[in-house]
Design a binder for this molecule. Structure first.
Ligand SMILES: Cc1cc2nc3c(=O)[nH]c(=O)nc-3n(C[C@H](O)[C@H](O)[C@H](O)COP(=O)(O)OP(=O)(O)OC[C@H]3O[C@@H](n4cnc5c(N)ncnc54)[C@H](O)[C@@H]3O)c2cc1C
Length: 477
């Protein structure tokens, strides 16, 4: 085996196997193709390589000490280090360079403690969110972060991207639910912050590692909030005559102080030539409340009155039940059907598909809608859906363009449409992304997003990781 390797690779493998057991280090052609790219797939508009680079090594640490040792070795060998969770990130945040050491954290998956009284759990970063949820449910608690990707994404990846789940309005983003964490810095130092609901002791250090995509440190464990399983969850679906009426009704519902644990409001458009059922119709709303029965009943009384005023028509209960039951199904399409090929790659082979997830001031949502849809069409791309998720200010716009024999052209058109839409959101005082992070896919727009804030971010990065070892090229760093 060693005979096939270059001297550098041999030295790297030796050093890494001194830190982690040999079975936990892969180099050369033993690295499976899935580490070339995360869920930023060739079917997206991004002009980045459709193939991706294999990293130089993949290490599967099982302890924080091993992570620390790998980072020290990477420093000595001048190698970048990329944290890898479930590889479900949609922005290329975990895409490695060819000289990188990938740290696949999924063998760090222990639940260190569940504090039933405090409603908190301390778990290692590589635990799959669904596994953590299952563990908590045994003790009458649940995981508050419930993204579509829950069966595959990890706690560390969710913190690294500051993800948002179905219950994001009620329970907060992943970052909002982190009380304290353990992270390893570029030089191998292990940092632990106190796991408390609040502290006014200077800079909130845990936030350095929330949403920063492994560029400032590797999260190895976190103490997060857990939530008692509610007595009742009640979800209903409605059809609303127009997007504007639905939006207004929702604003009223939120202003009434109601806190839905699920809200998805979406209008769909017909996309000729796409692999989807070609249906379009009035916008549909899925709305749900949870908690003690009287609270849920009272919430529904108020919400129904608002929806009646908007002439919303209730849909059969099976519509909402089906929505909720199948809410994670889409992530299984990211599973490999052949080495390096996912089900989604096959499903989307004849189409370029992408989406924007922007946060806007509420007063700008309707002002954004029509011009954004028109802009997409102007680029020769078809809008697929325009919707609001978890709260009225969080807007998503899905779009697609059939390849029709010229994939490069289709990708360029979709990329231009996405950039146009994101810049429109920024111009209205919004943010270009509220859920998936920046990775490499949106790095070219980060200066417009952060302005001089990008220099502050870079200065922080320079202090914590002066050699730029951690996940270089992501977030515009
Ligand atoms: C079909 C589909 C649906 C999705 N739905 C949602 C959704 O509803 N809500 C949502 O928020 N996201 C969603 N996502 C995106 C993705 O699942 C999330 O971004 C998720 O949080 C990524 O977790 P992961 O473990 O897969 O991380 P990865 O993709 O492995 O990594 C994501 C980023 O975090 C960094 N990272 C990973 N682990 C660590 C660590 N331990 N310490 C520091 N940095 C780390 C990586 O380097 C990378 O930059 C969806 C993705 C797909 C494909």
């Amino acid at each position: 085996m060693l005979g096939n390797m270059g001297a550098n690779e041999v030295a790297m493998r030796r050093a890494l196997t001194a830190a982690a057991r040999p079975a936990r280090v892969l180099t050369g052609n033993r690295i499976p193709p899935r580490y070339r790219m995360d869920a930023l797939r060739p079917s997206r508009g991004s002009p980045l390589s459709d193939v991706g680079d294999a990293p130089a090594a993949v290490v599967f640490p099982t302890t924080t000490a091993e992570v620390s040792a790998v980072l020290r070795i990477a420093g000595r060998l001048h190698r970048p280090v990329v944290a890898w969770g479930g590889g479900t990130g949609l922005m290329g945040g975990a895409r490695p360079r060819s000289d990188a050491i990938v740290l696949d954290l999924r063998r760090m998956r222990r639940v260190r403690a569940v504090d039933r009284v405090s409603c908190t759990a301390t778990a290692e970063a590589g635990i799959i969110l669904e596994d953590l949820d299952r563990r908590l449910r045994r003790q009458g608690l649940l995981l508050g972060h419930d993204p579509w990707s829950r069966p595959r994404a990890t706690l560390g990846g969710a913190i690294g991207t500051n993800g948002l789940g179905y219950s994001g309005h009620l329970r907060g983003s992943m970052g909002d639910q982190v009380l304290g964490l353990e992270a390893v810095l570029a030089d191998g130092t292990v940092l632990r912050t106190r796991a408390v609901p609040r502290s006014t002791t200077g800079l909130d250090l845990k936030r350095l590692f929330v949403g920063t995509e492994g560029t400032l440190g590797i999260v190895t464990a976190a103490t997060i909030r857990a939530f008692p399983v509610p007595e009742r969850e009640e979800i209903h679906a409605f059809q609303v005559p127009t997007f504007g009426k639905g939006f207004e009704a929702l604003c009223r519902i939120y202003d009434d102080g109601l806190t839905p644990f699920v809200m998805n409001f979406e209008e769909s458009f017909r996309v000729p030539g796409g692999p989807w059922p070609m249906e379009a119709g009035p916008p549909e709303l899925v709305l749900g409340f949870c908690g003690p029965r009287p609270l849920v009943a009272a919430s529904w009384r108020v919400a129904r009155a608002r929806l009646r005023a908007a002439k919303a028509r209730p849909l059969p209960d099976r519509v909402a039940a089906e929505y909720w039951r199948t809410r994670h199904d889409i992530i299984y399409r990211m599973d490999e059907v052949a080495p390096g090929v996912t089900g989604a790659d096959v499903f989307l082979k004849d189409v370029v598909f992408d989406y924007a997830h922007v946060a806007l001031p509420r007063s700008k949502v309707l002002e954004f809608r029509r011009p954004a849809l028109a802009a997409v069409r102007k680029h020769g791309v078809s809008p697929l859906g325009f919707g609001l998720w978890t709260q009225p200010e969080l807007v998503s716009l899905e779009m697609a363009r059939p390849v029709r024999g010229d994939r490069r052209r289709a990708k360029a058109a979709v990329a231009a449409a996405i950039d146009d839409v994101l810049r429109r959101a920024q111009a209205l005082g919004g943010s270009m992304e509220y859920v998936h992070g920046v990775g490499v896919a949106l790095a070219h727009l980060i200066r417009e997003e952060l302005g001089p804030g990008l220099d502050v971010f870079r200065a922080v990065k320079g202090e914590l990781d002066p050699s730029g070892r951690l996940n270089p090229g992501k977030l515009g760093l």
